[in-house]
Design a protein around this ligand. Sequence first.
Ligand code: FMN
Length: 191
Amino acid sequence: MTTAPILVIYAHPAPQRSPANRRLAAAARATPGVQVQDLYELYPDFDIDGERERALLSAAHLVVFLHPFRWYGMPSLMKEWMEQVLQPGWAYGKGECALRGKGYWLVTTTGSGPDAYRPGGLHGRPFADFLAPFEQTAALCGMDWIEPLVLHGAARADEATIEAHAAEFRRRLAGYAGLALAASTPYTGEA
Ligand SMILES: Cc1cc2nc3c(=O)[nH]c(=O)nc-3n(C[C@H](O)[C@H](O)[C@H](O)COP(=O)(O)O)c2cc1C
């Protein structure tokens, strides 16, 4: 089993119909020091290998969660991954937690544009409100929350917008990978 300082947990239920996330996953795969776990490819029957996933997490400094927003949260296999992998007594609880001090970076896309995420808009509240469960998951596990990278309006984004976003993602990943490899200590959250 190979390990990398940056682990990207990627979940897209229909990657063949994914202009945005598929491109972001490709950008991650092309970045040295980054390993991509494509959950729907690895676990099409939802039978997640928790031990293997925990070993990969233990070796990483930064965990990136890459997925489209679905019903105001994560795709179902990503949720299953959380349930099977983030076990009490390992990821959180009394004593030393395995994920403490590692970075938690959500990289996601939405179908709606930013205007839909406001009081009176289609989704009724700011997008940040929907991030509370993610942020609290990081906090419970003692992980360092990194401001999410979000592409709003991804469903209608043109080629150039997606390309620019993927390039920014890759630039940030390369920065974090460089920091992690150079220091061999948890990154500082700046890249
Ligand atoms: C079942 C389902 C649920 C979705 N839920 C949301 C949502 O809660 N908020 C939103 O803005 N977009 C939602 N979308 C739109 C997707 O987030 C959007 O199509 C995706 O981010 C585009 O990325 P992709 O090109 O990689 O598929 C949903 C789409 C589907 C199919």
